[in-house]
Write a protein that binds this ligand. Structure first.
Ligand SMILES: [Zn+2]
Ligand SMILES: [Zn+2]
Length: 207
C-alpha cells in the first residue's frame, strides 16, 4: 500500500467519520494576500512525534505554545514569533531523568507557488503556501530539533558518574574515592604480604 503518498488513508479507513483536521495546518483566508496584512496566531497544539533528538525532546502530545505573527508579503507569508514547549530527557553524563522548557524564536517565509522565491530557491530549502493553508509542523519541528542539545545535562556542571562504582558523583562526598589496585597486581595482592621481618619489594617472578 502506498501509505506514504496518502498520509490520510489510515484515518479515513472503513468508518465514515472525516479525519480530524490537522491543527498544525493554518487557514490563511482571513489573512488574505494583500501585502502588509497581518494576523496574530496564539495557539497551543499537541506535540506530534519527531520533536526530539536522541536524549531529549518534547513528549508526544505535550502542549506546544505558539505565539506567531503571520504577515502577507510580496512573495508569500512571513511567519515569525516564539515557540515554547516542555522537554523531557536524560542527562548525557549521569543518565538522570531531566525536565526543561524550550523557548525559541522562529522565522520562516512560506512562498506562494509561482513566486520569484520559488524560482530562485532550491526546492528543498523553501516552504510553500499550500492552497490557502500553511503547515506549521515541519517548520516548528526543524527549529525545535536544531535547538535541542545533543548532550543535555541535568545541571550545568554535572560531574557524571564515578567510573569505579557507577554512582552519581554529585550525590557522593567530595572526597569519594576507591583504593584501586592496579589490575595487573590484583591477583597477587593477597599473596604478597611479606612475613614480618622479610625484605619487601622483591618480585617473586624474577628468576
Ligand atoms: Zn547529570
Ligand atoms: Zn565510586
Amino acid at each position: 500500500m502506498p501509505a506514504a503518498s496518502q498520509p490520510r488513508s489510515g484515518a479515513a479507513s472503513t468508518d465514515a467519520r472525516r479525519p480530524a483536521a490537522d491543527p498544525w495546518r493554518v487557514d490563511l483566508r482571513e489573512l488574505g494576500r494583500r501585502a502588509g496584512s497581518m494576523t496574530e496566531l496564539d495557539r497551543t497544539l499537541p506535540a506530534p512525534e519527531g520533536f526530539r533528538v536522541e536524549l531529549i525532546g518534547v513528549p508526544v502530545g505535550a502542549p506546544v505554545r505558539l505565539h506567531l505573527r503571520l504577515e502577507a508579503v510580496m512573495e508569500g507569508v512571513l511567519v515569525s514569533g516564539t515557540v515554547e514547549a516542555p522537554l523531557t530527557g536524560q542527562c548525557a553524563r549521569c543518565l538522570e531523568d531531566l525536565e526543561d522548557t524550550l523557548s525559541l524564536p522562529v522565522q520562516e517565509l512560506y512562498a506562494y507557488e509561482g513566486s520569484t522565491t520559488e524560482a530562485t530557491t532550491e526546492e528543498d530549502e523553501v516552504r510553500f503556501v499550500e492552497g490557502e493553508r500553511i503547515d506549521l509542523e515541519p517548520m516548528v519541528r526543524d527549529a525545535v530539533v536544531l535547538a535541542l542539545p545533543l548532550s543535555p545535562t541535568c545541571t550545568e556542571d554535572c560531574s557524571g558518574l564515578c567510573v569505579d562504582c557507577g554512582e552519581r558523583l554529585d550525590d557522593l562526598p567530595a572526597d569519594h574515592s576507591h583504593d584501586v589496585v592496579d589490575p595487573r597486581w590484583a591477583g597477587l595482592a593477597g599473596k604478597l604480604t611479606p612475613p614480618p621481618g622479610a625484605p619487601g619489594g622483591t618480585n617473586p617472578k624474577e628468576n
